[in-house]
Design a binder for this molecule. Structure first.
Ligand code: T4K
Length: 364
């Protein structure tokens, strides 16, 4: 089966020395040597002042929301993975879904502004597929309405926008290091905060709120990344540029092939200065002979499991549907009904890419 992604794994022999050292030291978690080395390496790779590693992206987001003391209502996108809205709801916050821009697939700033009420305290925007949100417009809205901004940058590892690392925008950005991501630690995540005080408080919350053996402050949780995850991260980071270059080659072949196939359009956007090629989304045109689901079924019949990220919209899920309505976000509804994410990963072979293109071509 050709899945939407396949994780890059370091050579097993490279991992052995890390495991030996972990076994010898007996320190397997709670801020061990490799954990600290990974945080340092990530700071310099990503071009950020500080970063805190987490056990996964969802817990990273949950903790960032808590650290920033966000409450009430938060404006977010329905076109995302469920974790984005769930992290708000777990914090007792109401996610308010605003519509997206049909070219970037990210929150449309004008729709954000319309959704602001007296209860709004923050904007939680997602850089979907690693394409940067309109960070300047969002910063402007936030400062005029005194709102915090969190970016769910789960897809945006290593992405640069017009002014350097995308992660330097907003009060905090969160990353996912899940196995399906460009950079991974099997499971993992991280948070970059703008303010050093927020970063410090976040790190305390990551470890139950513990200050010292006798003092705890803040309702913390266990968000720590362990030493084996950190070792995988260090090994993957060393090969990341190579992996991203391979992803780019796959994307280039797709783009060339898709130019000949009329019923889909490549869905990429121009604000990216340095892309990570984490996903390869295509949109099925409205006048296409086959529906998106019929095309996915044809691909599956040839053992190609493309994915409909992000269909259905999160706003239609059980916890949210009682107060949200897909008709209020027509652009998101339309994109969710026409999107297909094609398989893309560093070691995808030419034959695998051609297979995908051939099936798509036969759907014309
Ligand atoms: N915010 C956003 C915007 C996100 O997209 C995500 C996660 C988060 C927050 C939360 O971050 P984490 O807490 O996950 O760190 C996958 C991922 O599990 C999820 O991390 C990701 N977004 C989401 C978009 O995709 P599924 O349910 O589609 O995963 P699954 O198991 O179907 O995997 C996809 C394909 O990958 C499989 O067909 C096979 C392949 N695969 C997967 C795994 C786990 C492998 O080849 N090896 C593997 O180990 O959610």
């Amino acid at each position: 089966m050709l899945n939407v992604t396949r994780p890059s794994l370091p050579d097993l022999e490279e991992l052995i020395p890390y495991l030996e050292e972990i076994w010898q030291s007996g320190i397997v978690t709670n801020g061990g040597k490799f954990h600290n080395e990974l945080e340092e390496a990530l700071k310099s790779y990503l071009g950020v002042n500080d970063i805190s590693a987490f056990c996964n992206g969802t817990i990273a987001l949950l903790t960032a929301i808590k650290a920033l003391n966000i409450s009430g209502e938060v404006i977010t996108t329905p076109f995302t993975f469920s974790a984005t809205a769930h992290a708000l709801a777990w914090n007792g916050i109401k996610p308010v879904f605003a519509d997206i821009d049909p070219t970037s697939f990210n929150l449309d700033p004008t729709r954000i502004e319309e959704a602001i009420t007296d209860a709004t305290t923050a904007i939680l925007a997602v850089h979907v597929y690693g394409v940067p949100c309109d960070v300047d417009a969002i910063a402007d809205i936030a400062s005029r309405h005194n709102l915090k901004v969190i970016y769910d940058a789960a897809h945006a590892f290593g992405v640069n926008c017009h002014c350097g690392s995308l992660l330097n925008h907003g009060d905090a950005s969160i990353l996912s290091f899940h196995a399906t991501k460009v950079f991974h630690t099997f499971e993992g995540g991280a948070v970059v905060c703008k303010s050093p005080q927020d970063q410090q408080y976040l790190e305390r919350l990551r470890n139950f709120g513990i200050i010292n053996e006798v003092e705890t402050s803040g309702i913390g949780l266990n968000g720590k990344l362990n030493e084996i995850q950190a070792s995988i991260g260090l090994l993957n980071l060393a090969r990341l540029d190579e992996a991203i270059a391979k992803r780019k080659s796959v994307a280039d072949v797709y783009s060339e092939g898709l130019a000949e196939i009329g019923f889909v359009e490549a869905a990429r956007e121009s604000r990216v200065i340095r892309d990570n090629y984490s996903y390869y989304p295509v949109l099925v045109k409205k006048n296409s002979r086959l529906t998106r689901d019929e095309i996915c079924a044809r691909l599956l019949a040839q053992n190609i499991r493309a994915r409909r990220y992000f269909y259905p919209l999160v706003s239609s899920f059980d916890p949210y549907k009682r107060y949200s309505n897909q008709e209020q976000t027509p652009a998101a509804k339309d994109i969710a009904e026409r999107i297909i994410c094609l398989p893309i990963f560093p070691n995808m072979t030419g034959a695998e890419i051609n297979n995908v293109l051939n099936v798509l071509s036969s759907c014309q």
